[in-house]
Write a protein that binds this ligand. Structure first.
Ligand SMILES: [Zn+2]
Length: 306
């Protein structure tokens, strides 16, 4: 019998309409598509929870379902759907978006482009040129070069351009979970995981910031959920953020599973506690087989890690 290999899937915002805060991020999944995917998993996989993975006793075709980014839609739409099908999973949350009524930079950038067009963002970032980068390109190539303070300054410049305060936008948008929502996940069979306090690229953090963003974030989420937080997912999922200092803080603060987002097979992983996840949005179920089974294996072979 070959050893079972865990497949991990990842969703973000679950709505029919992405709305201005998500429109330029391409991470919105409609409830109907999520429903189809869940039925596909029930037919083709053994859906598992964190306890089963940690026990090491995996069923033949194990699959873990996860959600990132603290959106209210995770509780309002995804959680009841998961519960209805008796499917467990993990939701990776950011305490700043929940307890401090902060706005994630990604959503602010999308909103600015929705309201004022791509040039408004380009001018704030002082980037010009013939190419028209996407919000995702700016996050990956511009924001990763700055410090945490640069990131906060950028958020403030966007808010100034929009002419609104972060708190007002948080209230009006109803985008993120409220503090009392967090403990509700357990009643739907979903475990709460850590996604950093402010949804930041960990490579940009100093040591003191790493302990705020990772260790303290874990404690806040434990207070809100009333349960132990055992899992950590890197925002943006890039292995460049899994620096020795970040991994040290994650492990030392007591996380047992660490997640990246790369569509690679978990047959061979960088460490026993690190797992790859595959991000999904609006795929037809016909392409889930190649996307989840075939392509990750090919990528692993090409990288020589198979
Ligand atoms: Zn995220």
């Amino acid at each position: 019998m070959p050893k079972p290999v865990l497949t991990c899937v990842l969703y973000h915002h679950i709505r029919d309409d992405p709305g201005p805060f998500l429109k330029h991020l391409n991470i919105t999944t409609s409830p109907d598509v999520l429903h189809d995917h869940i039925e596909y998993y029930l037919e083709n996989y053994d859906v598992v929870d964190v306890d089963t993975i940690i026990s090491g006793e995996l069923p033949p075709k194990p699959l873990l379902v996860t959600f990132d980014d603290s959106f209210r839609s995770t509780l309002e739409i995804a959680a009841p759907l998961m519960k209805k099908h008796d499917v467990p999973g993990v939701v990776f949350l950011n305490p700043e978006m929940i307890t401090e009524r902060a706005f994630c930079l990604d959503n602010l950038m999308s909103y600015l482009v929705s309201e004022h067009g791509p040039d408004a963002l380009a001018s704030i970032l002082s980037e010009n040129g013939a190419e028209q980068p996407t919000v995702g390109d700016y996050l990956a190539n511009h924001v990763t070069r700055g410090t945490l303070q640069d990131r906060r300054n950028l958020k403030q410049r966007i808010l100034d351009r929009l002419g609104c305060t972060e708190t007002d936008l948080w209230e009006e948008s109803a985008l993120y979970l409220r503090p009392s929502d967090v403990k509700e996940f357990v009643t739907f069979g979903l475990e709460v995981g850590n996604h950093t306090a402010s949804h930041v690229h960990c490579r940009t953090l100093k040591n003191s910031e790493l302990s705020e963003e990772i260790g303290r974030s874990k404690h806040t989420l434990e207070s809100l959920s009333g349960a132990e937080v055992r899992t950590f997912a890197f925002p943006y999922g890039n292995s460049k953020d899994a620096t020795p200092a970040a991994l040290g803080e994650i492990r030392q603060s007591g996380h047992s599973m660490i997640f990246l987002v790369h569509a690679r097979s978990n047959r061979k992983r960088p460490a026993a506690d690190i797992w790859y996840r595959i991000s999904l949005t609006k795929e037809n179920t016909d392409i889930l087989y190649p996307k989840l089974r075939i392509l990750p294996k090919i990528r692993s072979v090409l990288r020589g890690t198979h």
